[in-house]
Design a binder for this molecule. Sequence first.
Ligand SMILES: Cc1cc2nc3c(=O)[nH]c(=O)nc-3n(C[C@H](O)[C@H](O)[C@H](O)COP(=O)(O)OP(=O)(O)OC[C@H]3O[C@@H](n4cnc5c(N)ncnc54)[C@H](O)[C@@H]3O)c2cc1C
Length: 453
Amino acid sequence: MAVRFLIIGGGPAGNTAATFAARLGADVVMVERELVGGAAHLLDCIPSKTMIATGGAMTFSRRLHGMGLEEVETEVDVEALTERIEAIKSHLGNNTTQLLESQGVRIVRGSARFTSAHSVTVEGTEGAQSIDFDACLIATGSRPRIPDWVQPDGDRILTTRDCYPPRVFPSSVCVIGSGVTGVEFVHMFSSFGAKVTLVVSRQQVLPGKDPEVAAVLEDDFLRRGVSLLKGARAKSIERTDDGVVVKCDDGREVRASHAVLAIGSVPNSEDLGLDAAGVQVDGGGYIPINHHCITNVEHIYAAGDVSGKLPLSSVASMQGRKVAEHVMGLHTREHRHLDYDKAASAIFTEPEIADVGLAEAEAFASGRKIRVTKVPFSATPKALINNDSRGFVKIISDPATGVVLGGSIVGRHAAELISVIALAVTANLKVTDIVESLLVHPALSEALAEAAE
Ligand SMILES: Cc1cc2nc3c(=O)[nH]c(=O)nc-3n(C[C@H](O)[C@H](O)[C@H](O)COP(=O)(O)OP(=O)(O)OC[C@H]3O[C@@H](n4cnc5c(N)ncnc54)[C@H](O)[C@@H]3O)c2cc1C
């Protein structure tokens, strides 16, 4: 009899696991309480990148004069922008649903809750039903963290999920939180012409990132007129007649039309009845897993944001795939464990920022010997052609073997270009492998080859 594999959550982790397991012969049921595609497609990753792309087009139009063209004044058409976001979301949702159904996955609409270590009950529009399983994947994702000192109202005090686009388009925004999501929202709203203030609790945006990378972004923000409130923590947000006042712990205040909270996320694990299945959570509500994504219960897996590993769609999908392979017994053959240290990630600001593998600061802290080569895009013909020579490529390699250990790219299309370094890091390629690739000219990737020399 086929393995009965139950998946809770239809985001990247859930739907990738479902497709792979179904292809491998499992009898797959996926329970989703909202829309297939998950928060990634519906509420976070895709809508934010869609807004950023439209904002980017506006920023680009402001640079046209440098390309031998008249500058044009663009304006946001909120209705058209909303339609565009909705169209992309429903296109992706429909595609994912069709793919799953074509692979024979049964999709059950509703909220799943464990009743034992081998069964859940699903409350949906068609009433309650019980589903038994041999193996189960918990892929329920996460939601924005709301601190206890503020209550978002969806109108002027917003979580990131209220921003696609906000009901009243912001003229000025105070973004609280300077991690990846915070800086992306600063970039997004300032591209649309809003006056933006960023509350940065430390002395650097993107704490934990390479200071050289963060500095390029800070320079760009300042050039665009973004105010950086460094060393400040927001402690309250009050509504006024036409906006908000954000008060910080050092006495500084920011008045703006809107405030956006971008201070991390919390896992969706509390309503799952995990006790009934014997699945443990950590202090933050995340579900600890081993290298096969198995929880403390042998046949129950967790993947994606709820597992507390890297909160990225790409990582969630890869975990889902690994889970499917493990459920179907493929881990005994050529099964590569997921190496979270080799995950590429990008920040969709302007310039874009992307990195993968070992970071320079990390290597210095551990005393590991590395070779670092850096090439600015200003030396690359294509960057000049694009009228955008901001940023650089940095490659980190092992000085003894030449094996590529990591790298970072700041600049246009960094999120695409990092794939070359990501492949090198994953496949243990050497810098000479990059140098000897016959690349396109003129292209931004030439900076990669140069940095590898
Ligand atoms: C603003 C923002 C931008 C982002 N941008 C990027 C990006 O550019 N690149 C990137 O890689 N990542 C990005 N991320 C992160 C990415 O969105 C998440 O890592 C990803 O969504 C995690 O996927 P998941 O499968 O764990 O869960 P989700 O996508 O959250 O899906 C979980 C699903 O489970 C369902 N569910 C929950 N509980 C139940 C239940 N009891 N029963 C049934 N269904 C249930 C939910 O309805 C949801 O559909 C971004 C995140 C944010 C907040």
